[in-house]
Design a protein around this ligand. Structure first.
Ligand SMILES: *[C@@H]1O[C@H](CO)[C@@H](O)[C@H](O)[C@H]1NC(C)=O
Ligand SMILES: *[C@@H]1O[C@H](CO)[C@@H](O)[C@H](O)[C@H]1NC(C)=O
Ligand SMILES: *[C@@H]1O[C@H](CO)[C@@H](O)[C@H](O)[C@H]1NC(C)=O
Ligand SMILES: *[C@@H]1O[C@H](CO)[C@@H](O)[C@H](O)[C@H]1NC(C)=O
Ligand SMILES: *[C@@H]1O[C@H](CO)[C@@H](O)[C@H](O)[C@H]1NC(C)=O
Length: 443
């Protein structure tokens, strides 16, 4: 008799679970269709302490997730680690700071884009809001220049989707996807996307030799053939003037995307090349004014370049120096916006160098449980951030603080004018107190 009872009970339970999950998935599908947007707006359950139950959408999310939550997290500690942002339940693939400095966007294969407030990087709790990417996930994310929208590359749809961020009265956000995604044009996997700071164009680059230039509405403006066998990396310069790529060939190619005075697209012109490596280039970076660039190559070196040149007069960029480094794919290089610091990630680790001397000053080993996918400095050069596994690591940019102190003290010695001296002294004091705050926290 007993086995029969157990069987009946488990059948009943099974049916019950089936109905519950059918109801949950059913209503889940219904949510985005009501609004026609591919997003749900909600506060992150982890951060809106105690308020998560208020929102039925976050309950559903929880029901689906218990198994993932149990996955072991990679453990990493370092005195210069300011914090780790942990809300994603999948590998984070891309990070971008908004140009107003207020937000960090991250996307992961957990079908969410998260927007973090940079203001509370040094607080105990980290607030973030979540935009859901329904039935897909974003592999790349990039803020619009006005920090009121972001674009994503969709892994399954293989195209660009624009999301508007609408701030509500209570300070939270609503995310709405544009009614139409960009047309599907790339024939190979994407390596990067970007938006010009001027707001004039969007770039997407695939790992064949194609870079596409779009207007903000998704009209194709130009197609660039990089002729580099493949594109390993490509980006828009932070000043919004240039697009550049690297790949199998040992140079970085830089183009200027030209517009008329009235803002209509004119043409894409070759600007300059960075030539000097002896093997393919993994990655490169611009400083925020595009006067410096850094490159890292399979040839086992990284280089810093002075790109503040009159390329229209056929002037070539100057190589400032070459440093040895032991790197392998995947490898990324980041240049702080103020061009004082270079960070290089390779595999699971990061090295941080003074841009003045090229010397390595810090090293972070095994930062992530997966290979590092992205590396960036915030716009004020205060933090270095990295991603790879589910966590986002935020490091104090002490190399940058030290560089500021050294540089400003040098200038102080030569300064004659009192106002100038005061300004320099203020910069030294600010950097010094930032550095001291990090050092006292260390203990
Ligand atoms: C993260 O990526 C690794 C390697 O690609 C994969 O094995 C792992 O399952 C991913 N983790 C999650 C949580 O998606
Ligand atoms: C929903 O989106 C589809 C295509 O993206 C569009 O044709 C339709 O008009 C939209 N409906 C509403 C109510 O916005
Ligand atoms: C492009 O990326 C895909 C997927 O990562 C890879 O299989 C392919 O070999 C790459 N193609 C080139 C030309 O690098
Ligand atoms: C470079 O790194 C690899 C793997 O991390 C290691 O085996 C090798 O010894 C390193 N080479 C040098 C010159 O440091
Ligand atoms: C670049 O960064 C420096 C230092 O943070 C800042 O003073 C400057 O205004 C920035 N320039 C641009 C074009 O963003």
């Amino acid at each position: 008799m007993e086995p029969f009872v157990i069987l009946a009970v488990s059948l009943l339970l099974g049916a019950l679970i089936f109905f519950i999950s059918a109801a949950v998935t059913g209503s889940r599908r219904a949510v985005p269709q009501d609004s026609n947007g591919s997003t749900v707006n909600e506060e992150d359950s982890k951060v809106s302490n105690g308020e998560s139950d208020r929102n039925t959408a976050s309950k559903k999310q929880k029901l689906q997730r218990p198994r993932k939550e149990k996955l072991q997290q990679h453990v990493f500690a370092h005195p210069l680690l300011a914090t780790s942002l942990k809300s994603h339940s999948g590998n984070v693939s891309c990070l971008d700071f908004s140009s107003n400095g207020k937000y960090l966007a991250s996307c992961a294969d957990d079908r969410t884009v998260r927007i973090w407030s940079t203001k509370d990087f040094l607080e105990h709790d980290h607030r973030c809001v979540r935009a859901n990417v329904e039935l897909d996930h974003a592999t790349h994310v990039c803020f619009s220049p006005d920090s009121r929208a972001f674009i994503t590359w969709l892994a399954n749809e293989e195209t660009i989707r624009v999301f508007k961020m609408i701030k509500k009265d209570d300070g939270s956000f609503t995310f709405t996807a544009a009614s139409e995604d960009f047309p599907k044009k790339h024939k190979a996997p994407i390596v990067n996307i970007g938006i010009a700071e001027t707001g004039k164009f969007i770039m997407s680059a695939s790992n064949d030799t194609t870079i596409l230039i779009w207007d903000l509405k998704g009209e194709l403006l130009a197609t660039i053939n990089t002729n580099q066998m493949n594109n390993a990396y490509a980006t828009v310069s932070p000043c919004g003037r240039f697009v550049a790529s690297c790949g199998f060939t040992p140079d970085v190619k830089v183009w200027e995307v030209c517009f008329t005075k009235s803002g209509t697209f004119r043409e894409v012109l070759r600007a300059f090349d960075l030539k000097g490596h002896s093997a393919g280039i993994y990655s490169f970076a611009f400083s925020n004014d595009s006067r410096r660039m850094a490159t890292v190559s399979k040839d086992g070196t990284w280089k810093l370049w002075d790109t503040d040149v009159e390329y229209k007069q056929q002037q070539d960029p100057y190589l400032l120096y070459t440093m040895k480094c032991n790197v392998s794919d995947p490898c990324r290089i980041a240049l702080s916006p103020d061009a004082r610091v270079v960070a290089i990630s390779s595999g699971f680790s990061i090295s941080v160098h003074s841009a003045k001397t090229g010397k390595q000053e810090e090293e972070f080993l095994n930062v992530h449980g997966e290979e590092i996918a992205d590396l960036a400095f915030d716009i004020n050069s205060r933090f270095l951030v990295s991603c790879g596994d589910r966590a986002i690591r935020i490091f104090h940019n002490v190399v940058g603080y030290r560089a500021v102190i050294e540089e400003m003290e040098g200038r102080l010695k030569k300064a004659t004018n009192e106002a100038m001296r005061e300004r320099l002294q203020q910069q030294v004091d600010d950097a010094q107190s930032a550095l001291e705050a990090v050092c006292t926290k260390k203990e």
